[in-house]
Design a protein around this ligand. Structure first.
Ligand SMILES: Cc1cc2nc3c(=O)[nH]c(=O)nc-3n(C[C@H](O)[C@H](O)[C@H](O)COP(=O)(O)OP(=O)(O)OC[C@H]3O[C@@H](n4cnc5c(N)ncnc54)[C@H](O)[C@@H]3O)c2cc1C
Length: 486
């Protein structure tokens, strides 16, 4: 049955034949699915194919989970996944009865739903489009891409070979990398778990086993929540370089309309910091929470980033990034409550430092940590969980098809090491520095250009802009090319 938040069959333009232009989207997480949906609903004569090995479209790394302990870190009303219907997800939770089954989602006036629910919401958006053939889902990973007749030959790992007129890269998050010396010292040790997104493996951990989690960001806190929800009572040590945890959300809703004016467009990282501090002081003087300044900062993030000179962006990344992220990416109230409970019970400890030695055998693990204070500490545990988050630093090396595109000079890393270089219209920048009209970078891999491009609302807005460009310039260019060849 179609809910009112889903595209209804009458809204879905059926593709007319013959179709001459095909858009291939590589990666069907939130970004790839949102773009496919947007293009399908535009009514343009396009064949839209999404290559995605997962069973469903729209979930991707973040939302393809059944673990009920994993929650969105943004309130449902602020997810704004569909720019044409920003409250669609909040309505979906009500209309499908999910909220009634999950009373713990409600925290004050806000709803922090399960991540699985958001995956289901996106799946529901895509289902009618798939059923009516407006979008095709190929359950394959793309293994190679080459230039062909002005477009691209795309090959999947289960034998597909498809011509694309337009190609979109949306394989955003590579798996986390296990840092050295842990990787070489403990590789193959069953007590080392390197994929924090597969929480099913936590079933191997006994209720009282001491656990070390490498990382202290939202991914690490997700593991704490999953372990506790499974009845784990043992000591958890959060070990990270900075020893800084994500901050909690404000308890009450607060807005700071003046914050935007205070922030303006600072041209250095230092000035940005000074203005944020001043905005926080001004907000607090008005009785508002500091979080409201970061919400304003989020809205202006792309404008501030694009105005910052290259060297100042680098300075920001070097000196302010971690601090910014702990305030920008905040923990859901449910996790904040869990951490407080664990702290009171003495079941959670934090340590800032770097692992210098790691050993493991059948009985357990032993780590030597050089702490931030300069001393050496020995930690013992039964399990080590790597939760350092997706590693975007060398994304081209992580995908064969990106290596192909790089070898053909069609893509390159962005100069900040955040993903792939693209212009303000999300077109990939080739080795010679020019944008490629038919090749787009969608989602977090385009952060080097846009800055703030991790959360659902920002990605949804970028996807909208890509669709606009794609349906205008890129298609016109292909038509002109076809005309010239005829
Ligand atoms: C754990 C986590 C929690 C988050 N929580 C929130 C939140 O609460 N609120 C919020 O606003 N934002 C949140 N975010 C951020 C945001 O929603 C994500 O950045 C966003 O989902 C990115 O989606 P994506 O499709 O670009 O990337 P991904 O989710 O990484 O999807 C990429 C897809 O590409 C596929 N793929 C990989 N290689 C290939 C290949 N060779 N061929 C074909 N397909 C391939 C993968 O299977 C994957 O499904 C969260 C992010 C993470 C990681």
């Amino acid at each position: 049955m179609l809910g009112i938040t889903e595209a209804s069959p009458s809204q879905i333009p059926r593709p007319r034949r013959p179709v001459t232009r095909r858009v291939v989207i590589i990666g069907g997480g939130f970004t790839g699915a949102a773009l496919a949906r947007r293009l399908a609903l535009s009514g343009a004569e396009l064949e839209i194919t999404v290559f995605e090995p997962r069973a469903r479209l729209g979930a991707g790394l973040a939302y393809d989970t059944q673990d009920p302990a994993l929650r969105l870190n943004v309130a449902a009303a602020r997810m704004r996944a569909l720019p044409d219907d920003p409250q669609a997800f909040a309505r979906f939770l009500q209309e499908t009865g999910r909220l009634a089954c999950d009373p713990e989602a409600v925290a004050g006036e806000a709803i922090y739903a399960r991540r699985a629910d958001f995956g289901d919401f996106m799946q529901a958006q895509m289902a009618p489009l798939l059923a009516y053939g407006a979008v095709e889902h190929r359950r394959e990973a793309v293994i190679s891409v080459s230039r062909e007749h002005g477009g691209y030959a795309v090959a999947g790992d289960r034998g597909s070979r498809l011509h694309a007129d337009i190609l979109v890269i949306a394989t955003s998050h590579p798996a986390p990398r296990c840092p050295e010396p842990v990787a070489s010292a403990l590789s193959g040790t069953p007590r080392l778990m390197t994929d924090p997104f597969d929480t099913r493996q936590l079933a191997r951990i006994a209720a009282t086993d001491p656990v070390i989690v490498l990382g202290a960001g939202l991914t690490a806190l997700d593991l704490v929540a999953s372990l506790r929800a499974r009845g784990h009572q043992g000591l958890i040590t959060l070990l990270s370089r900075s020893n800084a945890l994500p901050q909690p959300h404000a308890t009450a809703h607060s807005a700071s309309p003046s914050a935007c004016e205070v922030l303006g467009q600072p041209l250095t990282a230092r000035r940005l910091l000074t203005r944020v501090r001043a905005a926080v002081a001004a907000a607090e003087a008005q009785g508002l929470a500091w979080q409201s300044v970061f919400d304003s900062l989020r809205q202006q993030g792309q404008a501030i980033w694009s105005a910052l000179p290259h060297a100042e962006r680098q300075r920001f990344l070097r000196h302010l990034r971690r601090r910014f992220e702990t305030h920008r990416y905040r923990m859901p109230p449910q996790i904040a409550a869990q951490l407080q409970e664990d702290k009171t019970a003495g079941r959670l400890q934090r340590l800032g430092g770097r692992i210098v030695d790691a050993r493991g055998d059948a009985k357990g693990l032993s780590l030597t940590v050089s702490t931030r204070g300069g001393e050496e500490r020995r930690l013992k545990a039964q399990w080590l969980l790597v939760a350092t988050g997706p590693d975007h630093a060398d994304v081209i090396a992580r995908h064969g098809y990106l290596q192909d595109l790089a070898a053909q000079g069609l893509i390159r890393r962005d100069s900040h090491g955040l993903g792939l270089a693209c212009d303000g219209a999300s077109r990939a920048i080739c080795a010679h520095g020019a944008p490629v009209d038919t090749l787009f970078v969608a989602g977090p891999l385009a952060r080097g250009t846009f800055g703030e491009l991790t959360g659902v609302p920002e990605i949804a807005a970028q996807v909208d802009a890509i669709a606009h460009t794609l349906l205008g310039n890129a298609i016109r260019q292909i038509e002109a090319q076809a005309f010239a060849l005829s």
